[in-house]
Design a protein around this ligand. Sequence first.
Ligand code: GUN
Length: 291
Amino acid sequence: MSVILDGKALSRKIREEIKKEVENFTSKGFRAPSLAVILVGEDPASKVYVNNKRKACEKVGIKSLFYHLSENTEEEKLLGLIYELNTNEEVDGILVQLPLPKHIDQTKVILSINPEKDVDGFHPENMGKLVGQIEDGFIPCTPLGIDILLKHYGIEVQGKDVVIVGAGFIVGRPLSLLMLWRNATVTVCHIYTKDLKKHTLQADILISATGVPYLIKEDMVKDGAVVVDVGISKVNGKIVGDVDFEKVKEKAYAITPVPGGVGPMTVTALLINTLKAYKRKFSHLSSTINP
Ligand code: GUN
């Protein structure tokens, strides 16, 4: 039986600290931090994610401004809205929920966001800061949430063999850079990887971010490994991850559950990034929250 890496409990604790810090600012007469959330279209999963993010903001006293645009919104209109938000002094963070409808150029949209408000950390300026290990950038939320979760449970990353399954732009790629930053030896596997099991069996820390339910079976995991499951899929109406949790938990030293593992940590990291964007404007204010 392994240690359960409880992202829900840790999130509760960190969000309580964020709430106190926000209250500390507002009680001194400063305006509340604010996050603009843009959703284009009606994708049901995206609607759930956006709702969770907005609710989490409100609970800690971060104002959330919601822009729900129709599926057939023209790219120009979305870019115009981002331009307005970029220049609005009262807006600290801007989040455009992905994926966007096919007729909108995602790269163009990401490039249009002011890097100082890019709390998702997807702008090349922030990705570049992640490569360069420059502290004042924004680290994408899921990698940052995983990093905080591992640190909290005292899981050393330096010198470890970290194997990441999935090379996506939102999780796998930025996470590989963050794990390198933490001095791990990093392997990134993807759909063209010849022998996935050969790699996963080497992992001291195995992180799966593919969205393929039950991809990671017990015979692919080394005894005593730490297993982090980023996947969220629906199978027969039930939310499941990439990892065959019931079997793998018997073999792993520690494992994240789905739900209640990485998911809440991603939202918590968004709150941390939004507070960071806010505080940058009021740099004379002190902080108790890291990073
Ligand atoms: N879609 C899936 N994950 C994310 C995320 O972290 N941020 C945004 N903006 N869209 C997503």
